[in-house]
Design a protein around this ligand. Structure first.
Ligand SMILES: [Zn+2]
Length: 434
C-alpha cells in the first residue's frame, strides 16, 4: 500500500486508518490490482458477471448497496476496504472514472451548487406559502437526528381545511446523495402552484385531491453530502451507532414491515445498507411513518397513493421487495395486477422501466413494502435519471434538472388521477371502491 500517492494529506482520519487496516487484512492482494484513487477512498466500481436477481441479492447480502443494474454487471459504491473484501470473495471489480474526471464529450460533472441546499428548499417552501396562501401550507412533522426540520408541504384547494378527498404523498431524498429527487419536489411545488387555475387538469386534480410533498426525508444526510465543498457519496442518515465509529442508518431499510427479514439489508453499521438496531430506529423514518399514520382519519387511511423518489436507473418499482414472489400475504392477485398495470402506465409517460422491486434484488425494510402492507397505500419507487454512471450517476450536471424533473409531470398527474381508486386501472372499481 503506497501512502505516497496521498502525500498532500497531512492527517489521516480514524476512519481512513481503519479502512487501510481492513484493506490490508482482507484484500490487500486483490486491492493492489485496483488503480490508485487520489481523490478519496469512496468511488464507484463495476462488478462483472453479476447478472441475475439471485446473484445481485447475493452481492447485496455482503452489505453492498447496488447503485445500478446492467445487463451482465452491476455498479456499486465502495471504499477501498469494501472493494478489497469483495475482490477477496471472488468478485471482479473495475474502478469507474469518477464524475469529476469525466471529460471530452461526456456529460460534465455536477457541482454541489448545481442543486438547492436544504436551506434554500425551506426558503422556497416559505415563498410558495406566501404567494399561494389558499393553495399551499406546510408543517414541521418532526426533526432529524441532528435536529433539522422535516417539512411536509400540502397543496390543495381550500388548503387549510381537511377535506374528504383522496390524499397522495410524494417523498424525496431518503438517500442523502440523491439530490435530483429534491429538485423533483421543488418542480412539483412550482408546477402545481403556478398551473393551478391555468392548466385544467392540474386545477381539477387539486380541487379533488390533497397532495403532500416531503422534499427531504434525510436533511442531515443531504447537508453532509452537499455542503462540505465537494460531494461525499453519502447515502444514509447521520445518526451515530453505539460501539462503533461507523455512522448512519439506511432509512430505506429501516421501515417496520418485515424489517431485516430476508437478507435484503445489513446488520453491520459500516454497511451502506445498515438497517439500524430496530425498525423505525432512525428518527427520520419514524417521523415520516408517524406522519403517514396520522393521516388515518375515522379508521381510514386518507393517503391512497405514494411515490418515493430516488436516483438513479430510470425505473418504476412496486412491492414487494422482500420476496421474489408476485403475490404474498397481503398482496393479492388483484393487488399485484393493479400495481403492474398502474406502474406500467406511469412508466409509459416517462420512458422508465417498470418492474417489481425484487426483480432487481431483495430488499427488506423498504418504504414501499411498509406503505403497502401496513397502510394499504399504492406505493411506487421511482429511480430517476440517469440510467448509468456515464450520465453522472448520483451527480448529473445541473443542466439536466429542468428536463429530468418535468419528465415526471405526466406520471405524477396520472397517479393523482387514479388516487380515488387505483383498482380502476384493472376494471375492478366495483369490487374495491364502491
Ligand atoms: Zn435511493
Amino acid at each position: 500500500m503506497r501512502i505516497s500517492g496521498r502525500g498532500r494529506r497531512t492527517t489521516f482520519s480514524a476512519a481512513a486508518v481503519i479502512a487501510l487496516a481492513l484493506a490490508l487484512l482482507f484484500g490487500a492482494g486483490q486491492a493492489t490490482a485496483l488503480p490508485a484513487d487520489p481523490e478519496g477512498s469512496v468511488r464507484q466500481y463495476a462488478v462483472a458477471g453479476v447478472d441475475t436477481a439471485a446473484e445481485r441479492t447475493r452481492l447485496a447480502r455482503t452489505g453492498t448497496a447496488i447503485d445500478e443494474v446492467r445487463e451482465d454487471s452491476v455498479v456499486i459504491t465502495a471504499d477501498r476496504a469494501q472493494a478489497g473484501r469483495l475482490s477477496g470473495l471472488g468478485y471482479r471489480l473495475t474502478a469507474l472514472t469518477a464524475p469529476a474526471e469525466r471529460r471530452g464529450g461526456l456529460p460534465g460533472a455536477a457541482a454541489p451548487a448545481d442543486y438547492h441546499t436544504y436551506g434554500q428548499v425551506l426558503t422556497a417552501v416559505n415563498a410558495a406559502r406566501a404567494q399561494y396562501p389558499s393553495l399551499v401550507s406546510s408543517r414541521v412533522i418532526g426533526r432529524s437526528y441532528q435536529g433539522r426540520d422535516i417539512v411536509a408541504i400540502k397543496i390543495s384547494d381550500n388548503v387549510a381545511a381537511d377535506e374528504a378527498e383522496p390524499e397522495v404523498l410524494f417523498t424525496h431524498n431518503q438517500h442523502a446523495r440523491e439530490h435530483l429527487t429534491v429538485e423533483m419536489a421543488l418542480y412539483l411545488l412550482d408546477e402545481l402552484t403556478t398551473q393551478y387555475g391555468t392548466d385544467p387538469e392540474i386545477t381539477q386534480l387539486l380541487n379533488t385531491r390533497e397532495v403532500w410533498i416531503i422534499p427531504s426525508v434525510n436533511p442531515d444526510g443531504k447537508v453532509y453530502d452537499q455542503e462540505s465543498g465537494s460531494f461525499r457519496n453519502w447515502r444514509k442518515n447521520r445518526q451515530p451507532n453505539s460501539g462503533t465509529t461507523a455512522v448512519g442508518t439506511d432509512l430505506n431499510r429501516n421501515w417496520a414491515y418485515r424489517w431485516g427479514c430476508c437478507g435484503g439489508s445489513s446488520g453491520s453499521p459500516s454497511s451502506d445498507t445498515y438497517r439500524g438496531p430496530s425498525a423505525e430506529s432512525a428518527p427520520e423514518t419514524r417521523v415520516v411513518a408517524d406522519f403517514v399514520r396520522s393521516r388515518i382519519v375515522g379508521g381510514q387511511q386518507q393517503i391512497t397513493a405514494h411515490i418515493d423518489f430516488h436516483t438513479y436507473g430510470e425505473l418504476v418499482l412496486w412491492p414487494f421487495g422482500y420476496t421474489y414472489a408476485d403475490t404474498a400475504t397481503g398482496l393479492t392477485q388483484d393487488d399485484a395486477a393493479t400495481f403492474r398495470a398502474l406502474g406500467t402506465a406511469l412508466a409509459d409517460t416517462n420512458g422508465y422501466t417498470p418492474q417489481q422491486s425484487s426483480d432487481l434484488y431483495i430488499t427488506d425494510g423498504s418504504v414501499g413494502d411498509w406503505m403497502w402492507a401496513d397502510q394499504g397505500i399504492f406505493s411506487f419507487t421511482f429511480e430517476m435519471y440517469p440510467t448509468s454512471a456515464f450520465g453522472g450517476g448520483f451527480y448529473p450536471p445541473g443542466s439536466v434538472i429542468p428536463r429530468e424533473t418535468a419528465r415526471n409531470r405526466e406520471a405524477v398527474l396520472t397517479l393523482l388521477q387514479y388516487a380515488d381508486c387505483a383498482y380502476r386501472i384493472i376494471g375492478a372499481e366495483a369490487r374495491y371502491c364502491a
